[in-house]
Design a protein around this ligand. Structure first.
Ligand SMILES: CCCCC/C=C\C/C=C\C=C\CC(=O)SCCNC(=O)CCNC(=O)[C@H](O)C(C)(C)COP(=O)(O)OP(=O)(O)OC[C@H]1O[C@@H](n2cnc3c(N)ncnc32)[C@H](O)[C@@H]1OP(=O)(O)O
Length: 210
């Protein structure tokens, strides 16, 4: 899936709605077993996603805000696999929801949950998704300081799984996907994934988020 919503793939209500509809269609397609999501913006350096569209969170009606927040949560529940450039805040969440993250090795790109730098708080389920990926201590430091990591730093703490030269991102993503798809049977993979997320799913249920 190629994201192309200039200038920076910010996650607006319209963009997220379209994304969720596309994901739902893929989920229902029995022939689809994996998804690589990437940005095809023409800007250089490339942005994966600038995160939530800031304009959606300012001066809007409570109904609009409710609708927006609901679709943010839907997006978070659905993702699979990704490759990317810059991914601040919601862009980082988008990639954290994936099973494997491949980042272009360009020090001009950054990834992280930088909410505190913006004077806002990363919701608890952003935080939990980060803890599940990089552990509690790394999350504590990252979230309190609102850190945006360069590729080498992100790899070091496990925020991304692999760095590759910029022109090879999609090729490596395709090779990685091929490897993941050699695991036989959707059921065992889905069940394993659900088991890994069991505690988190329970927490979300307690907070009435699913
Ligand atoms: C509705 C109820 C909500 C309740 C919410 C409650 C709690 C939620 C709490 C927190 C949740 C936070 C999650 C988020 O995702 S907040 C968004 C955080 N995003 C950022 O901090 C990214 C900011 N952007 C950047 O760092 C750079 O733009 C970027 C590195 C992505 C790209 O840099 P580049 O130099 O290429 O481009 P720019 O010139 O900076 O930008 C071009 C253009 O795009 C506009 N823009 C950038 N980011 C956003 C954005 N997130 N939303 C909307 N628009 C964005 C930027 O303003 C420029 O526009 P223009 O000036 O050309 O018109």
């Amino acid at each position: 899936m190629h994201m192309q919503s200039p200038p920076v793939n910010s996650l607006s209500l319209d963009f997220l709605t379209e994304l969720c509809i596309s994901l739902e269609k893929l989920e229902m397609d029995k022939g689809c077993r994996g998804l690589i999501i990437t940005s095809v913006l023409s800007n250089q350096p490339k942005v994966f996603s600038a995160g939530l569209d800031i304009l959606e969170m300012y001066g809007k009606s409570p109904e609009h805000c409710g609708e927006f927040w609901k679709v943010v949560q839907e997006m978070w529940l659905k993702f699979y696999g990704s490759n990317m450039g810059s991914s601040p805040a919601g862009g980082c969440l988008l990639s954290l929801t994936c099973d494997y993250r491949i980042m272009a090795d360009n020090p001009r790109y950054t990834i992280g949950l930088n909410e505190t730098q913006l004077g806002i708080v990363a919701p608890f389920w952003f935080k939990e998704t980060m803890v599940n990926t990089v552990g509690h201590r790394n999350t504590e430091v990252a979230l309190q300081l609102g850190l945006l990591y360069k590729p080498a730093e992100a790899l070091k703490i496990g925020l991304v799984d692999q760095l590759v030269p910029e022109d090879q991102v999609f090729t490596v993503a395709s090779q990685t996907m091929t490897k993941w798809l050699t695991i036989p049977g959707n059921v065992s993979v889905i069940t394993t994934k659900s088991t890994l997320n069991l505690l988190f799913s329970f927490q979300l249920w307690c907070f009435n988020l699913v």
